[in-house]
Design a protein around this ligand. Sequence first.
Ligand code: HEM
Length: 139
Amino acid sequence: MGPPGPQPISIDGTEAPTFYDSVGGHDTFEAIVSGFYARVSADPVLVAIYPQDEWAAAARRLLMFLEQYWGGPHTYSEVRGHPRLRARHVEFTIDRRAHDHWLAHMRAALDDVGLTPEADQVIWSYLQTAAEMLINHPS
Ligand code: HEM
């Protein structure tokens, strides 16, 4: 799964804002990921799946990934290489229940941040599609 689309080339020297910029850049994504991981790390269903004592590092990886995906800095690829999300999740048992819990915490984190309904819908649709794709175990 690649970036949302080609980024516009600046012809007259003025940069078209990316989706990343339009929702508030780093601070917004950090707030989403921080709120999300606070919930994940308190959810027994997900605690059973995530490597323990790595919450801050895991949060940084998700933050870098989402920032890059939406047009922000490309730190994720510099540090981690190609995202290969499905391959990177194969070692974790992700069934429908884990998927539902993951998305519920993301939904709550997005609600806390209070994006515009349009921006919220764009991110939420993407996360739902990506999460569905990462289920790798029957319920
Ligand atoms: C469907 C439910 C999901 C579960 C149960 C799940 C679980 C996990 C686990 C256990 C890890 C390892 C934590 C770590 O980095 O140490 C991880 C990593 C990661 N997940 Fe998920 N995940 C889910 C969905 C998603 C979705 C929808 C995305 C992106 C839109 C995503 C993006 C990532 C990224 C970027 C990493 C770090 C990969 C790396 O660089 O190693 N995950 N996930």
